[in-house]
Design a protein around this ligand. Structure first.
Ligand code: SF4
Ligand code: SF4
Length: 470
């Protein structure tokens, strides 16, 4: 994907015909990116500290006695910022996901793949954790290449064992982190403390996820972003010429050419040193324009700035900028597409906010029993028969009572139903509603009922009551 139509001096356009991760023999190109250093890398390192702290701390944060975030796909229970979403509220989950997608569209249209470079767990763990371990144990890119080519001597065995053991430990930690978001830390610590035999399926899950993460970070690496992740594929439709990306300023850099001592420079500022390519974890040349493989990691900005510093040129030949800023020297962040996405997001968030505020803790369905008629009692009262279902939409036990509102009368439950509701549970049964005849003015009366827990009203709903014609 190249949105530039500027003619660059390098006539080799072969990059358009092949995938950087595969060589001409169809085999994988294993990348050895050089260690990035510079202002942007330092910023990303600090940002990573913040992101990882947040990621590991969040499962321990409780709100109203329950986790702040929980994605229990096994039991289909979700908690998003303290709001419990059970089976009765999937529409809420759907709406949250929809607004999240619109937010992604909006964010990507303005800021490109900022998420990929700075906050995506794949990039954060790959570039800032696993890659760092690799540099620490095997050395820089050149040393890694030499080690891989070297025969299996003691040094190679020790370094490789140490690296893969460290990879395995971190993968195990990430697998536990993931499960803490699925099960909650309380359940996870129970599984860890209790005998493995009591939790074999979950223990199997931890092992399976450890293996998946290990495979991902030890082998799959850049291909998780360039082959597997669907987000990268969407860039072409989400971005436009005003989108801010890591980009090479070809207006300033071209024509590129080596620097020659004591010669007046007639070329642009790019000295063709290839440092921007050497540091790229996805093996691309940013000078070819915006490419799907670019995860906006900023390594090439630092590499180029370091070179510009050395040769005495102004920094920023590669920088965060947009196509329009490079060509027209002007950039418009608020475009019609951005306004459209913003309007959609505001609408979705307003609906979501209203739904959350007006949401009740229980949801009751109380319907007249099919085929039943009214019963006229000797004390001049009328009885109707109903079936009911009460759903608990919270993650806590509820002991509900149902009361008639605005009319005297009573509810007589068939049998002795226990209305206690388990978290996200449901209770159903049959109930008679008895109302004095003088309270009923017509054949069909709408009755209002409420569900209480103690003195707290949880829900109000209506049903129809049938009486003889007056
Ligand atoms: S690092 Fe900068 S100067 Fe060197 S090749 Fe890349 S863009 Fe050109
Ligand atoms: S082109 Fe630059 S920003 Fe993009 S992935 Fe490569 S090094 Fe990172």
């Amino acid at each position: 994907m190249n949105i530039s139509n500027h003619v660059i001096t390098d006539p080799d356009e072969s990059f358009r015909d092949h995938f950087s991760a595969v060589n001409e023999d169809g085999k994988r190109n294993w990348f050895y990116p050089q260690k990035p250093t510079g202002k942007w890398h330092t910023r990303r390192a600090w940002f990573t500290v913040g992101i990882l702290t947040l990621l590991f701390a969040t499962p321990f944060i409780k709100f109203n006695g329950q986790p702040l975030l929980l994605f229990n796909v096994l039991e289909r229970k979700f908690i998003i910022f303290g709001i419990f979403i059970g089976p009765q509220d999937y529409w809420l989950f759907g709406l949250t996901m929809l607004s999240f997608m619109v937010f992604i569209v909006l964010f990507t249209t303005i800021f490109g793949r900022l998420w990929c470079g700075w906050a995506c767990p794949q990039t954060v763990f790959m570039e800032m954790v696993f890659r760092k371990i690799e540099y620490a144990i095997e050395g820089n890119a050149t040393k890694q290449k030499l080690l891989n080519k070297a025969p299996w001597n003691t040094e190679k065995i020790v370094r490789k064992t140490a690296k893969y053991a460290a990879f395995l430990i971190v993968s195990f930690l990430i697998a536990n982190l993931l499960l803490s978001y699925v099960l909650g830390v309380d359940d996870l610590s129970k599984i860890i403390r209790e005998p493995i035999a009591d939790h074999l399926p979950l223990f199997g899950g931890i092992i399976a996820f450890t293996a998946i993460f290990y495979f991902n970070f030890a082998w799959l690496r850049d291909q998780a972003c360039t082959v597997v992740c669907p987000y990268g594929r969407l860039q072409g439709v989400l971005m436009d010429r005003n989108t801010i990306n890591v980009a090479y300023d070809y207006e300033r850099g071209e024509p590129r050419g080596k620097i020659h001592k004591n010669q007046e420079r007639t070329e642009g500022d790019c000295i063709n040193c290839h440092q921007c390519v050497a540091v790229c974890p996805t093996g691309i040349d940013i000078r070819n324009g915006l490419q799907m493989e670019c995860v906006n990691c900023t390594a090439c900005i630092d590499a180029c700035d370091n070179i510009m510093d050395k040769v005495g040129f102004e920094k920023g030949l590669i920088r965060y900028t947009s196509e329009n800023a490079i060509v027209k020297k002007t950039n418009k962040l608020i475009t019609p597409r951005v306004i459209g996405a913003m309007a959609m997001l505001v609408l979705l968030w307003s609906v979501l906010g209203f739904m959350v505020v007006s949401r009740t803790d229980t949801q009751t369905m109380l319907l007249r029993a099919p085929g039943s008629q009214y019963i006229e009692n000797s004390d001049r009262s009328i009885t109707n028969l109903y079936t009911f279902k009460i759903f608990n939409k919270t993650n806590q036990t509820i002991n509900p009572t149902i009361r008639l509102e605005g009319v005297s009368g009573k509810l007589i439950f068939a049998g002795k139903p226990n209305l206690a509701l388990d978290p996200a549970g449901m209770v159903e049964g049959t109930v008679f509603i008895v109302v004095p005849a003088e309270a009923l003015k017509k054949r069909k009366t709408t009755l209002t009922l409420s569900v209480f827990q103690g003195n707290e009203k949880l829900e109000e709903f209506e049903t129809t009551f049938i009486a003889p014609e007056k």
